[in-house]
Design a protein around this ligand. Structure first.
Ligand code: GTR
Length: 326
């Protein structure tokens, strides 16, 4: 009897400790995004998480925190740097102040169009920039690019030329380069976090902002009153998927390679989802009464030449290489 009870107890103990060690053997990776559930970047990173869990036989699990629940992009970058967030999808915009070399992609009109941007990020220059981020003191390992489309202006009053922006306060992402860009375009650039833009437009703290159609739609900025979408296409900024260096250093080489491979797959998946999201968003915004204004954006291109000269000066050679990509 005693023996039987002892046997049951010890078997339970073995099972429990095995369960505990299985649980502790699982690493949960917190992934964050400012965009809501269902957004292309969020969907692609979630699917990366599922693949990672399957490929590692459950040693890794990804937990997605979408919709800025872990803070604005600047705060999330800081949390990634200290290791509180392990996987982050962010625009390159707010990475500029942390890794100045990426500002080359943050410059107005640096890419001719989306196919040009894709050819650059898919080629050696794209890889060089990812490597620069990883090698910088920013404590982030750049896994892959993501598509952030093309950013255009949206305002309460229609804008067709730089003069129409006179006196208009336009929200820009947190990076002095963007404030300079908007000032050169004729308006007053105001830097502010993405989560504050809706109220800022609604209350008149700003007169408008600029972004791609999926962001304008999902962040509801048009409902705050910015109903004119002027196709300036002044910024084509790729986005990145990074892993905190703190988390990266805990992975063995095989797991690092797996995370990189799945990151690249997420990039491709996001691109397909992105193209669909852009056309669907444009259609939906139109039915919601947003007026799309087609313009010749050359005056905006010309007006921002000093910004390219100022920020591009240290990277003249790279600027030339980007322009040469077909
Ligand atoms: C979006 C981008 C976000 C965020 C946002 C913003 O297009 O995907 O990462 O940077 O713009 O304007 O803050």
């Amino acid at each position: 009897m005693i023996h039987r009870r002892f046997l049951i107890q010890s078997t339970c103990a073995v099972v429990l400790s095995a369960m505990a060690s299985m649980a502790s053997a699982q690493t949960v990776l917190k992934a964050a995004d400012v965009h809501p559930a269902g957004y292309p970047t969020v969907v692609a990173v979630e699917s990366m998480g599922k693949k990672l869990e399957a490929a590692s036989s459950g040693r890794f699990k990804m937990q997605m925190f979408p919709g800025s629940v872990l803070g604005g992009e600047k705060e999330m970058i800081e949390q990634t740097q200290v290791g509180a967030i392990q996987i982050l999808r962010t625009s390159l915009g707010p990475v500029g102040p942390v890794v100045p070399e990426v500002n080359i992609f943050n410059m107005p009109f640096v890419f001719r169009d989306i196919p040009h941007m894709r050819a650059v990020i898919d080629g050696p220059i794209g890889q060089e920039l990812l490597d620069k981020i990883s090698a910088s003191p920013a404590r982030m390992v750049a896994l892959a690019w993501m598509d952030g489309g093309s950013r255009s202006l949206y305002t309460k009053k229609p804008v067709r030329k730089p003069e129409d922006l006179k006196g208009q306060k336009i929200r820009m992402m947190g990076n002095p380069l963007f404030v300079d860009t908007m000032n050169a375009m004729g308006g007053n650039g105001i830097s502010m976090g993405y989560g504050e833009v809706f109220t800022a437009i609604q209350t008149g703290v700003v007169d408008g902002a600029e972004n791609n159609p999926p962001s304008l739609l999902t962040a509801n900025h048009y409902k705050a009153g910015a109903k004119y979408y002027t196709q300036t296409n002044h910024l084509i900024i790729p986005e990145i998927l990074v892993m905190s260096k703190v988390a990266w250093d805990k992975l063995n080489a095989a797991d690092q390679a797996l995370v990189k491979k799945l990151g690249r797959e997420a990039q491709l998946e996001q691109r397909t989802l992105w193209d669909k999201a852009v056309s669907e968003s444009v259609a939906k915004l139109k039915t919601e009464g947003v007026e799309f204004i087609n313009i010749d954006n050359k005056p905006f291109y010309d007006a921002t030449a000093p910004v390219r000269a100022k920020y591009g000066a240290p990277y003249a050679d790279l600027m030339g290489r980007i322009a040469a990509v077909k």
